[in-house]
Design a protein around this ligand. Sequence first.
Ligand code: SAM
Length: 232
Amino acid sequence: MTTKTSCSDFVQFFRSWVSDPLRVAAVAPSGERLARLMTQEIEPLDGPILELGPGTGVFTRALLTRGIPESALTLVEFGEEFAVRLRDRFPEARVVQMDAAQLGQCGLFEDAPFGAVISGLPLLSMPPAKIAAIVGGAFETMKPGGAFYQFTYGPRCPISRSILESLGLKGTRIGGTVRNIPPAGVYRISRQNPLEISIGGSKYRSTEGNAGIAAYAPEAGKADMGRPEASA
Ligand SMILES: C[S@@+](CC[C@H](N)C(=O)[O-])C[C@H]1O[C@@H](n2cnc3c(N)ncnc32)[C@H](O)[C@@H]1O
């Protein structure tokens, strides 16, 4: 929790965690220090920014502090309780209530407009196929030099080496803080070859249109995407 996080945000967050601990995966919103680390490389010149799992909007506020116009933000949040609050709080941002695993299939971001993706998603509580669908879908929405920023409470990158390699990506730790509940590390995920305009949807997208599943799963058809639509 940050000094700028209001008491009602904390209460909202805690209630959401109680009702759906796997989806929310933290008892309190991220701290200010983590928000700064997550957004430290983002510049207004990057253009539109996509945020996944914004919750109460701690990283969203940090993006605004860095000079990103609110109208350049697209916020993808699964929880209705958070989406309602985000729409109210950031009226010029585009708030989309959906499962981030559908990014590559939803048809909303096909012109790959984004300069970067900031993710507050709880990847550690998601199965590998779902992580592959989210990360692969996110890179489909990004410009060639775009990067995906992810924090984790774990000791290593929350996206496994096999998923990164299957998508032509690499992960680099760019910081960490103990001034967060719990302490967290921050990773930049970027293309191994930024000149590849697409990371090659065929690498992870099945012909049946079930993004991120068949090609990544060790045995096609047995992939576990977790709870459908990441709902409760
Ligand atoms: C650990 S909280 C992080 C919230 C905020 N970014 C922060 O750092 O305070 C995870 C957030 O991701 C959202 N979320 C979880 N699974 C999701 C999914 N599949 N698609 C979109 N949002 C999801 C949760 O509702 C919650 O807002």
